[in-house]
Design a binder for this molecule. Structure first.
Ligand code: ATP
Ligand code: MG
Length: 357
């Protein structure tokens, strides 16, 4: 007999607040696909990268955190942050942002999709009208610490903040986006820019997009200035399939996109190192939601969908598809949590998804 495949090693980090409530529902769904498809998973529970750990030790993570996680194939993450006891910048910079930087997770990927059974804030939209991916550059661009204030405190005060875009960093995100577009039926890529106003970096970004396009002549490319692109997300969401953007523009689009499809409780995200030199991280877009923690009413879909994205990234397409289909059915038929207008608890909705799988 063929040797059993090496299991995917997954670090499971529930984190804080409702992260601790939705993670068990993702594990329930993973258990179901494990049994149905024989997906080999080795789940490694981790209780640090949380404000509870901070309360005990004075730090978010143990000193050897990188060592502990380096051998993992992926990190499944709930949410981090408990502002009542730990300031958000301490919890965030002490955990997630360290992963992003040290594991070179240079792609932030957010699928945006409108489901049957979910009220859409955009009038007249139906499922199928909204189904696209936002690909955000995650490591450079407008988010730097380069710059400073001159003549501080005087009438002559001037502030400078640099943008840094490298050819390496830009080309790799563009390449990833073209690959995503090439793998989807519509063969279309939309590029966010602002070359009419940001006169150095953005024309250069457009030029890199053109250069990469030469490798993918079959893909239709459209460039949009970020202002009109935001308007089109709202007015014409059906025209998008894959959208690629720099760090700042991608940050804006990747919140606007999910906002166009109903509750924040549905939106998943992936922080990817596509070459798999380091573990990639999968987490819901929502935070720890202290306002609803402890009531068992958090929507588990964003967490379950994030786990599905993880399996897709690890090559388990059938398991991903089964999880998505189960989510789709439960959203359409219930049970639904309160943010969707239902009465179900987190566990009831999670159990229904696992049952469908
Ligand atoms: P971040 O931690 O990303 O800065 P935040 O703390 O500002 O985000 P969230 O924790 O995402 O915000 O919560 C924003 C609002 O959305 C809260 O009112 C919260 O209760 C609600 N919310 C977030 N996630 C869910 C969920 N899974 N189900 C239902 N409601 C949610
Ligand atoms: Mg928060």
């Amino acid at each position: 007999p063929a040797p059993a495949p090496r299991p995917h090693r997954i670090a499971v980090i529930p984190g804080d607040g409702i992260g601790k409530e939705v993670m068990p529902e993702a594990l329930r769904a993973l258990d179901a696909v494990q049994r149905k498809f024989g997906v080999p998973l080795e789940l490694v529970p981790i209780d640090w990268a949380s404000c509870d750990h901070y309360a005990k030790t004075g730090e978010m993570m143990p000193p050897d955190w990188k060592n502990q996680l380096s051998g993992m194939d992926a990190i499944l993450f709930g949410a981090v942050g408990w502002p009542a006891t730990v300031p958000d910048h301490v919890s965030l910079w002490g955990s997630l942002l360290k992963f992003r930087r040290e594991f070179d997770q240079y792609i932030n990927l957010r699928p945006v999709r409108l489901f049957d059974g979910v009220p859409c804030p955009l009038a007249g939209r139906k499922p199928g009208d909204i189904d696209f991916l936002v690909v955000r550059e995650n490591t450079e661009g407008e988010y730097t610490n380069l710059g400073g204030v001159m003549y501080a405190g005087t009438e002559r005060e001037i502030v400078l903040q640099e943008t840094v875009m490298s050819r390496h960093g830009t080309d790799r995100v563009l390449k990833f986006a073209f690959e995503q577009a090439a793998a989807r039926p519509r063969q279309k890529l939309d590029v966010a820019t602002k070359s009419n106003g940001i006169a150095i970096s953005m024309p250069w970004w457009d030029g890199r997009a053109d250069a990469m396009h030469a490798n993918y002549p079959q893909i239709a490319v459209e460039k949009h200035h970020i202002d009109i692109l935001c308007a089109r997300f709202v007015l014409q969401p059906q025209r998008f399939d894959v959208v690629v953007a720099s760090n700042l523009f991608g940050d804006i689009l990747s919140d606007l996109g999910p906002a166009c499809t109903g509750t924040i409780g549905l939106a998943p995200s992936a922080n990817l190192n596509p070459e798999r030199a380091f573990p990639s991280l999968f987490e819901p877009v929502h935070g720890s939601a202290p306002d609803i923690y402890g009531q068992g009413i958090a929507n588990p879909v964003a967490m379950v969908w994030s786990a599905a994205l993880m399996l897709q990234f690890l090559g388990e397409q059938a398991a991903h598809d089964a999880m998505l289909a189960a989510i789709e059915q439960v959203l359409a038929q219930g049970p639904r949590t309160r943010d969707l207008g239902g009465q179900a608890s987190t566990a009831e909705m999670g159990a229904a998804i696992a049952e469908r799988i």
